[in-house]
Design a protein around this ligand. Structure first.
Ligand code: ADP
Ligand code: MG
Length: 471
């Protein structure tokens, strides 16, 4: 086959991209277009590469029409558009990993066209003192749960202080916030050794600030954080109730923001749900881009573990990976923990991990010690309050829509975060049958598929229940 096609529509693609950037919202553009790159041309056809099958399906469905239209406007030809998935090569050498391309590439993608040569190629940058060297975009698997956040971070690392400033990434524990925020630092540092980056957790920031006051070293503290090009602050929920530190951060924020320095934060919940935060700091956090990380779906969990297995070069079969991914659904940290345990076992005993061994070894992980201090009554109370109902409404007989759906949500949450069986849950909800509970869970799950606003609501209720439970 002749691979050197005489067709080249790349110039039309570039222009189409420029125009779409102006026509779509920033969020939409970053989410869907920053990871598409030109692949090749054939007669009457433009071929684009995308990082995953998920991406391909989404982009195909949403944007083929718009892209074709644009190409027609620009070229005068009715060009077809096709997508190919370019997965990351598994045997990448570290040197190749440091290569720069014009756009930050998603980890699963290999740019199929020649890339510009990195100035740092023969001179690998040394480790940044604040950053973990393995928290890079290359090591971060993009899935449906983190596409927007990952793309925003890649865009920021390429052009700090311009498009998405400030940026706040929020989401539950173990979903990749620290990995992503540090990847920004690592990427920027690798491509510009002169850039000044500070990464700090809000807790360390607070402690250093208190120390500085104590030892009259305010000036050093200010110098450290107000003279950087990129300031990365992890876990800002820690600042709740710390009014002195909030005040200091407010001024740090302003000093950097006014000089177009990049600010990135992470938080375990949306800023609107932080308590004891001054309004002026809240409004600073909410300025710019706020993006969330969700728990990964099965396919993404599988891709992540598969990558970890390949990285670590351990002989663990796909069926074992699948077993873990089916059973550990909470977050990436728990997934990794399960894998680490199997690897330790295999190492110690020099045994290959079979399905049976994995089942045996991970029994307690899979049985998932859910929150034992949470009662159905607490769940009913918090859920009812959210929907302006009384707990009795949820236990009662009424089946009006305003009550029935909140009741189903409460049942669903009970099944998700406690150990109660469907029969037990049914009893707690006014003596209903276990099939009613099963039906409720299915209903909520299918509603979540079609209504994107539902999941954040449920997450919020769950968070409140857990807070309530630790009081
Ligand atoms: P958080 O800060 O949100 O609590 P972390 O960034 O510490 O979470 O992530 C927990 C672990 O999971 C880390 O080891 C991280 O490398 C890994 N991880 C999370 N998301 C991904 C991903 N999409 N791809 C690869 N590894 C991930
Ligand atoms: Mg973290």
């Amino acid at each position: 086959m002749n691979t050197q096609s005489r067709w080249d529509f790349s110039i039309f693609w570039q222009e189409a991209l420029n125009q779409l950037k102006n026509e779509l919202s920033d969020q939409e553009f970053v989410m869907w277009f920053s990871n598409i790159s030109y692949h090749s041309s054939e007669e009457g056809k433009l071929i684009l590469s995308v990082p995953s099958a998920f991406y391909r399906d989404q982009v195909k469905q949403r944007y083929t029409g718009i892209i074709k239209e644009k190409l027609y406007e620009l070229s005068g030809f009715q060009l077809d558009v096709d997508f190919i998935v370019t997965k990351r090569a598994t045997s990448e050498s570290p040197k190749e990993k440091n290569e720069v391309s014009d756009t930050p590439q998603p980890p699963m993608a290999v740019k199929p066209v020649p890339v510009s040569v990195s100035p740092a190629k023969n001179d690998p940058p040394k480790k940044h003192p604040d950053l973990r060297p393995d928290y890079t975009f290359e090591n971060f698997v993009i899935g449906e749960n983190n596409t927007l956040a990952a793309n925003a971070c890649m865009a920021i690392s390429k052009n700090p202080g311009t498009a998405y400033n400030p940026c706040l990434i929020y989401g539950g524990v173990g979903l990749g916030k620290t990995h992503l925020i540090q990847s920004i630092g690592n990427y920027a540092w690798a491509h510009n050794p002169d850039i000044k980056i500070a990464y700090v957790t809000a807790e360390t920031f607070t402690n250093e600030f208190i120390e500085a006051i104590h030892h009259n070293k305010n000036h050093q503290f200010k110098n450290k954080y107000r003279k950087v090009d990129i300031l990365l602050i992890d876990d800002i929920h820690f600042l709740q109730e710390k009014t002195g530190t909030q005040e200091e951060l407010f001024h740090t924020f302003n000093a950097l923001y006014e000089t177009n320095k990049q600010l990135v934060f992470t938080c375990d919940r949306p800023v609107s749900e932080l308590k004891q935060l001054t309004d002026r700091l809240r409004s600073r956090f909410e300025r710019g881009l706020n993006v969330d990380l969700q728990a990964p779906a099965f396919e993404t969990r599988f891709a992540i573990l598969k990558q970890k297995v390949e990285e670590k070069k351990v002989p663990i079969d796909d069926e074992v990976i699948e077993l873990i991914c089916r059973n550990v659904t909470t977050n990436v940290r728990d997934l990794e923990a399960a894998l680490t345990r199997l690897i330790a076992y295999a190492d110690l005993l020099h045994k290959k991990v079979t399905l049976d061994i994995a089942r045996q070894q991970l029994k307690d992980v899979f049985s998932n010690p859910k929150m034992s201090n949470i009662t159905v009554e607490m769940i009913q109370r918090v859920t009812a309050e959210y929907f302006n109902l009384s707990p009795n409404d949820l236990r009662g007989k009424k089946r009006t829509k305003a009550i029935a759906f909140p009741r189903q949500i409460a049942m669903y949450i009970t099944r998700e975060i406690t150990e109660f069986s469907t029969t037990e849950v049914g009893l707690e909800f006014g003596g209903r049958d276990h099939t009613t509970v099963m039906h409720a869970c299915q209903r909520v799950e299918s509603r979540m598929q079609t209504d994107p606003s539902l999941e954040p609501i449920i997450q919020r209720i769950v968070r409140q229940i857990k807070e309530y439970g630790t009081k």
